[in-house]
Design a binder for this molecule. Sequence first.
Ligand code: C2O
Ligand code: CU
Length: 491
Amino acid sequence: MLRRWVPVLATALVIAPLAVLWQASRVPSAYSVMDMGYLDHGGGAQPGASTASHADHASPHVGHVLRPITDLVVDPARRADVRVDLTAAAATVEVGDQRLAGFTLNGATPGPTITAAEGQLVEVRLHNASVAEGVSLHWHGVDVPNAMDGVAGVTQDAVPVGGSFTYRFVADRAGSFWYHSHQVSDPQVRGGLFGGLVILPRGQRSGPHDVLALAHTYGAVRTVNGRPGDLTVPAAPGEVVRVRVVNTDNAPMPLWTDAPYRLLAVDGSPVHEPTAVRDQGLLLTAGGRLDVEVTAPAVGATRWQLSRGTAVVIGTGDGGGPPPQPVTSLDLLTYGTPAPAGFEPGDAVRHFAYRIGRRPGFVKGRPGLFWSVNGHLYPNVPMYVVREGEVVTMRIENSSGQVHPMHLHGHRALVLSRNGVAATGSPWWVDSLDVADGQTYEIAFLADNPGVWMDHCHNLQHAADGMVAHLMYEGWDTPFRIGGERPNRPE
Ligand code: C2O
Ligand code: CU
């Protein structure tokens, strides 16, 4: 008798916990990121500290009046200096001899490059002509007011077919940036819904000496500015050219040349006192940007390989074949010289951990092997809580077996150390940071931009698989919902 029940019981013992896990991984059809996972105060002050008994799961807002993040905009009375209309459409994209189902902005991919001068107010009107799942635009690397951040379900609703949304922000730091959809972002960005954004220093005009190179892989075809092959930049011997390389793909991109160069900027922030580099390549994080300075040679051209297959060729002629790839990459931990960062990392009052692992479980009702954050699977991920004005550190640790390009919205972060080795070069500011398997980075940032911000992996496939957490400022709430009838799907 007992015999007969043993297999049944054994099966039940296996299935019951699985059912519980499956149930717990399902997300309601519409929910606020404010209710997602658990609050992490990073050891800092908590609201309603007297009610410490339910510190962890209590509302972050006990005793506070909440303001909606929709209040976080630039002065509506201020006139725009740069106005752009962008119309998103589903389209067949032709790249080389390949045709694939993708997206365009104003009929092309990449969309038009937006150029502004430091301090100008940029106004972009996004229209959705035919993208059935809806669209949005995120200004990657620009610390816009929260309501302009373009994350569907967190800072706005996805723009439906026939709808529009107006983004307004001040281009407050010169540098190289880009914009892309943050609704169903993995397929939409891969399919072409992105473009470049260049903010020039006050009083400087873009010219032939300043070149944007948006690297993107459509299907299996590597491109620069939407075209396979080389981007030629005619330049007279001795002419100095700035090349702004943007990695819009999901994987790190090696770039190299056999001529000396200087690295002028990382993720839009200038390197302090960059010296000439030789025989060392660069590794560009997914979502990141590197500005390099190249001098056109006395004869012929200099080739900058953007991975294998595409290049930027500066000078006259085609620059010959691809130069050999250097064995080592420039280490930004020691490049350039120190300069004030504008805040003191030692003043940090909160210390967060973002530990990335991998384990079996359920995400969004699907079984599989998933990325974990501090041991938890999406949506049970941390909501990091800060107060405006605080200095914060975050320790990002990766033991997941793969590299993750970590991207915090709304802030630039300063790299303090890697694997315990302190940064000694120029302040190394990032918005996209590759954390390789086995690495630990310590970063710091100033919490000076209130709202609710994503903090996710910019391998957008990983993000879609749940490698997403958020940072929120005490006292703010979002009226938007993930899911819902549109539905909003930021990843
Ligand atoms: Cu470039 Cu959350 O994105
Ligand atoms: Cu990842």
